[in-house]
Ligand binder design. Structure first.
Ligand SMILES: *[C@@H]1O[C@H](CO)[C@@H](O)[C@H](O)[C@H]1NC(C)=O
Ligand SMILES: *[C@@H]1O[C@H](CO)[C@@H](O)[C@H](O)[C@H]1NC(C)=O
Ligand SMILES: *[C@@H]1O[C@H](CO)[C@@H](O)[C@H](O)[C@H]1NC(C)=O
Ligand SMILES: *[C@@H]1O[C@H](CO)[C@@H](O)[C@H](O)[C@H]1NC(C)=O
Ligand SMILES: *[C@@H]1O[C@H](CO)[C@@H](O)[C@H](O)[C@H]1NC(C)=O
Ligand SMILES: *[C@H]1O[C@H](CO)[C@@H](O)[C@H](O)[C@H]1NC(C)=O
Length: 227
């Protein structure tokens, strides 16, 4: 009996330590690599429109260490602050192509914001330089713009797509299920949503490309516009 109680206490203690460990390491389980469609970002942006760059190609929004139970967490972890010098000139040139600030025009500020909010939570896995290098490599690994184009999914003011219409060609090309995120434009009819982002998921080390679970990024049973 005493043994049983002891082992129970031990289990409780071990579990408590485990929780502390998880919390203190900025617990994330996998990465969401988020690419955005700039025209949709710009359309719903609150920043001055003279700074908008609605590029007709998918660009990086961010690489987000994520938790299944709370996809918005963790964030703003206690890591090193953004240091522009870690983004050496060659990397900067690459990021200007893959990770531009399409709504505000200050790329560095965008990178800073993403690092401070998300990158700090996975710093033990990816230091600042690796965080940006790996993100750029992920962007290069598949060209979503071209994958969709090859499936005849191109910007169009009226054509409507089902969620699966857009996911299928990406899944075929990458071998993994992405997640889509949509935005609703209040100026548009109620029954439509705009494709905004395509998410790839990666394992804890940001190496293994894995299936994403479908999340509440797009509303169910409502067609998607890609404009
Ligand atoms: C991640 O999920 C676990 C399991 O639900 C939870 O205990 C933990 O607090 C979450 N971590 C963060 C940072 O949200
Ligand atoms: C862009 O943002 C960076 C980082 O926040 C800042 O240091 C820099 O002054 C900004 N540049 C301009 C032109 O506003
Ligand atoms: C995808 O292709 C388009 C044009 O074909 C190009 O503008 C874009 O930079 C490419 N993206 C990637 C990730 O290579
Ligand atoms: C939008 O749809 C909701 C139900 O989904 C309905 O209650 C509302 O009246 C609609 N609004 C407009 C402006 O069509
Ligand atoms: C998402 O998928 C992972 C891995 O397959 C699984 O462990 C997790 O329970 C799923 N979470 C949800 C919310 O479906
Ligand atoms: C970062 O946070 C604490 C509070 O700022 C600080 O003492 C230390 O610099 C770092 N550690 C943590 C956990 O906050």
């Amino acid at each position: 009996m005493a043994t049983l109680r002891q082992s129970f206490a031990f289990l409780v203690l071990a579990f408590a330590f485990f929780l502390c460990f998880i919390m203190s390491t900025g617990s994330y389980v996998y990465f969401q690599f988020v690419q955005q469609w700039p025209p949709t970002t710009c359309r719903l942006s609150s920043k001055p429109s003279n700074q908008h760059r609605p590029l007709q190609r998918f660009t990086i929004h961010g690489l987000w260490p994520s938790n299944y139970s709370n996809p918005r967490k963790p964030s703003n972890c206690n890591g090193s602050q953004f240091n522009f010098m870690k983004v050496y000139p060659q990397l900067r040139t690459k990021l200007k192509r893959s990770w531009p600030d399409v709504e505000g025009g200050n790329d560095t500020k965008f990178w800073e914001g993403e690092w401070n909010k998300h990158g700090t939570c996975s710093e033990r896995t990816l230091n600042q330089m690796q965080y940006f290098e790996v993100s750029h490599a992920m962007w290069r690994s598949y060209n979503i713009t071209n994958i969709l184009k090859d499936a005849h999914i191109v910007p169009n003011p009226t054509q409507r797509w089902k969620y699966s219409d857009i996911v299928s060609p990406i899944k075929t090309a990458t071998g993994r299920t992405p997640t889509l995120r949509c935005k609703t434009d209040p100026a548009m009819p109620n029954n439509s949503q705009l494709l905004h982002e395509v998410v790839f998921c990666y394992g804890y080390n940001a190496k293994l490309h894995i299936d994403c679970n479908r999340t509440a990024g797009c509303r169910n049973h409502i067609d998607i516009l890609f404009q």
